[in-house]
Design a protein around this ligand. Sequence first.
Ligand code: 5GP
Ligand code: ZN
Length: 140
Amino acid sequence: MSEECIFCSIVDGDIPARTVHETDAALAFLDANPLAPGHTLVVPKAHHRQIEDLPADLAQEVFDVVTELTPHVRSVVDADAANVGLNDGEAAGQEVPHLHVHIVPRFEGDGGAPIHAVAGERPDLTDDEIDAIAESIRSE
Ligand code: 5GP
Ligand code: ZN
Protein backbone atom coordinates (compact mmCIF):
# COMPACT_ATOMS: atom_id res chain seq x y z
CA MET A 1 0.00 0.00 0.00
CA SER A 2 1.25 3.42 -0.89
CA GLU A 3 -0.10 6.23 1.29
CA GLU A 4 -0.81 8.73 -1.43
CA CYS A 5 -2.02 6.32 -4.08
CA ILE A 6 -5.56 6.96 -5.34
CA PHE A 7 -6.06 3.35 -6.40
CA CYS A 8 -4.83 1.98 -3.06
CA SER A 9 -7.41 4.29 -1.44
CA ILE A 10 -10.09 2.85 -3.73
CA VAL A 11 -9.00 -0.70 -2.88
CA ASP A 12 -9.17 0.19 0.83
CA GLY A 13 -12.62 1.76 0.43
CA ASP A 14 -11.39 5.21 1.45
CA ILE A 15 -12.33 6.71 -1.92
CA PRO A 16 -15.60 5.62 -3.52
CA ALA A 17 -15.55 3.88 -6.88
CA ARG A 18 -18.04 2.12 -9.12
CA THR A 19 -16.72 -1.38 -8.55
CA VAL A 20 -17.85 -3.89 -11.17
CA HIS A 21 -15.88 -6.99 -10.21
CA GLU A 22 -13.62 -8.17 -7.41
CA THR A 23 -11.43 -11.17 -6.70
CA ASP A 24 -9.08 -11.87 -3.79
CA ALA A 25 -6.24 -10.00 -5.46
CA ALA A 26 -7.79 -7.79 -8.16
CA LEU A 27 -10.41 -5.08 -8.41
CA ALA A 28 -12.23 -3.68 -11.44
CA PHE A 29 -14.03 -0.34 -11.36
CA LEU A 30 -15.27 2.24 -13.83
CA ASP A 31 -12.91 5.03 -14.84
CA ALA A 32 -14.05 8.32 -13.27
CA ASN A 33 -13.30 10.19 -16.48
CA PRO A 34 -14.31 7.66 -19.12
CA LEU A 35 -13.06 7.66 -22.70
CA ALA A 36 -16.18 5.70 -23.62
CA PRO A 37 -19.23 4.35 -21.78
CA GLY A 38 -18.09 1.33 -19.79
CA HIS A 39 -14.41 2.40 -19.63
CA THR A 40 -13.14 0.05 -16.93
CA LEU A 41 -9.89 -0.20 -14.98
CA VAL A 42 -8.57 -3.48 -13.61
CA VAL A 43 -5.96 -3.21 -10.83
CA PRO A 44 -4.06 -5.57 -8.58
CA LYS A 45 -5.17 -4.81 -5.01
CA ALA A 46 -1.54 -4.69 -3.92
CA HIS A 47 0.39 -1.59 -4.92
CA HIS A 48 2.69 -2.27 -7.87
CA ARG A 49 3.79 0.47 -10.20
CA GLN A 50 4.66 -1.25 -13.47
CA ILE A 51 4.38 -4.63 -15.14
CA GLU A 52 7.88 -5.75 -14.18
CA ASP A 53 6.95 -5.16 -10.53
CA LEU A 54 4.01 -7.56 -10.67
CA PRO A 55 4.56 -11.11 -9.34
CA ALA A 56 3.62 -13.73 -11.96
CA ASP A 57 0.62 -15.09 -10.05
CA LEU A 58 -0.80 -11.60 -9.62
CA ALA A 59 -0.22 -10.77 -13.28
CA GLN A 60 -2.13 -13.93 -14.11
CA GLU A 61 -5.02 -12.96 -11.85
CA VAL A 62 -5.24 -9.43 -13.24
CA PHE A 63 -5.18 -10.74 -16.81
CA ASP A 64 -7.80 -13.38 -15.95
CA VAL A 65 -10.10 -10.62 -14.74
CA VAL A 66 -9.43 -8.59 -17.89
CA THR A 67 -10.25 -11.52 -20.18
CA GLU A 68 -13.35 -12.44 -18.20
CA LEU A 69 -14.66 -8.91 -17.94
CA THR A 70 -13.99 -7.50 -21.40
CA PRO A 71 -16.84 -9.27 -23.24
CA HIS A 72 -19.29 -8.33 -20.47
CA VAL A 73 -18.25 -4.68 -20.55
CA ARG A 74 -18.62 -4.67 -24.32
CA SER A 75 -22.04 -6.24 -24.24
CA VAL A 76 -23.60 -4.01 -21.56
CA VAL A 77 -22.74 -0.86 -23.52
CA ASP A 78 -23.42 -2.55 -26.86
CA ALA A 79 -19.88 -1.90 -28.08
CA ASP A 80 -18.48 -3.34 -31.30
CA ALA A 81 -14.97 -3.87 -29.94
CA ALA A 82 -12.58 -2.80 -27.21
CA ASN A 83 -9.05 -1.55 -26.78
CA VAL A 84 -7.30 -3.20 -23.87
CA GLY A 85 -3.99 -1.88 -22.65
CA LEU A 86 -1.96 -0.13 -20.05
CA ASN A 87 0.29 2.87 -19.87
CA ASP A 88 3.45 1.36 -18.43
CA GLY A 89 5.49 4.27 -17.10
CA GLU A 90 5.18 8.03 -17.11
CA ALA A 91 6.59 8.56 -20.60
CA ALA A 92 3.86 6.25 -21.89
CA GLY A 93 1.17 8.36 -20.23
CA GLN A 94 0.83 6.60 -16.87
CA GLU A 95 -0.58 9.17 -14.46
CA VAL A 96 -1.63 6.94 -11.58
CA PRO A 97 1.44 5.03 -10.37
CA HIS A 98 -0.51 1.89 -9.49
CA LEU A 99 -0.64 -0.53 -12.40
CA HIS A 100 -4.04 -0.60 -14.10
CA VAL A 101 -5.33 -2.15 -17.28
CA HIS A 102 -7.76 -0.04 -19.29
CA ILE A 103 -10.71 -1.70 -21.02
CA VAL A 104 -12.05 0.91 -23.44
CA PRO A 105 -15.19 -0.08 -25.36
CA ARG A 106 -15.13 0.95 -29.01
CA PHE A 107 -17.91 1.63 -31.47
CA GLU A 108 -17.95 1.62 -35.25
CA GLY A 109 -17.41 5.23 -36.37
CA ASP A 110 -16.57 6.52 -32.88
CA GLY A 111 -13.74 8.63 -34.27
CA GLY A 112 -11.12 6.90 -32.14
CA ALA A 113 -7.94 5.21 -33.27
CA PRO A 114 -6.22 1.85 -32.91
CA ILE A 115 -3.53 1.26 -30.32
CA HIS A 116 -0.96 2.06 -33.06
CA ALA A 117 -1.85 5.72 -32.57
CA VAL A 118 -0.34 5.88 -29.07
CA ALA A 119 3.31 6.18 -30.12
CA GLY A 120 5.02 9.21 -31.60
CA GLU A 121 6.54 9.43 -35.04
CA ARG A 122 7.37 6.00 -36.53
CA PRO A 123 11.11 5.26 -36.45
CA ASP A 124 12.86 4.60 -39.75
CA LEU A 125 14.58 1.31 -38.85
CA THR A 126 16.46 -0.97 -41.21
CA ASP A 127 15.87 -4.74 -41.16
CA ASP A 128 19.32 -5.13 -39.58
CA GLU A 129 18.41 -2.75 -36.78
CA ILE A 130 15.14 -4.59 -36.16
CA ASP A 131 17.04 -7.92 -36.17
CA ALA A 132 19.52 -6.50 -33.64
CA ILE A 133 16.72 -5.39 -31.33
CA ALA A 134 15.10 -8.83 -31.53
CA GLU A 135 18.45 -10.47 -30.73
CA SER A 136 19.03 -8.15 -27.76
CA ILE A 137 15.60 -8.93 -26.31
CA ARG A 138 16.13 -12.70 -26.86
CA SER A 139 19.46 -12.63 -25.05
CA GLU A 140 18.26 -10.54 -22.05
P1 5GP B 1 -3.30 6.44 -16.66
O1 5GP B 1 -3.07 7.68 -17.45
O2 5GP B 1 -2.54 6.44 -15.36
O3 5GP B 1 -3.12 5.19 -17.46
O4 5GP B 1 -4.86 6.43 -16.32
C1 5GP B 1 -5.37 6.81 -15.10
C2 5GP B 1 -6.88 6.70 -15.23
O5 5GP B 1 -7.43 6.74 -13.94
C3 5GP B 1 -7.49 7.83 -16.03
O6 5GP B 1 -8.24 7.29 -17.12
C4 5GP B 1 -8.37 8.56 -15.02
O7 5GP B 1 -9.58 9.02 -15.58
C5 5GP B 1 -8.61 7.50 -13.97
N1 5GP B 1 -8.76 8.02 -12.63
C6 5GP B 1 -7.97 8.96 -12.02
N2 5GP B 1 -8.40 9.17 -10.76
C7 5GP B 1 -9.46 8.34 -10.57
C8 5GP B 1 -10.32 8.12 -9.45
O8 5GP B 1 -10.19 8.72 -8.37
N3 5GP B 1 -11.31 7.19 -9.62
C9 5GP B 1 -11.47 6.50 -10.78
N4 5GP B 1 -12.48 5.62 -10.85
N5 5GP B 1 -10.68 6.70 -11.86
C10 5GP B 1 -9.69 7.62 -11.75
ZN1 ZN C 1 -1.50 1.95 -5.07
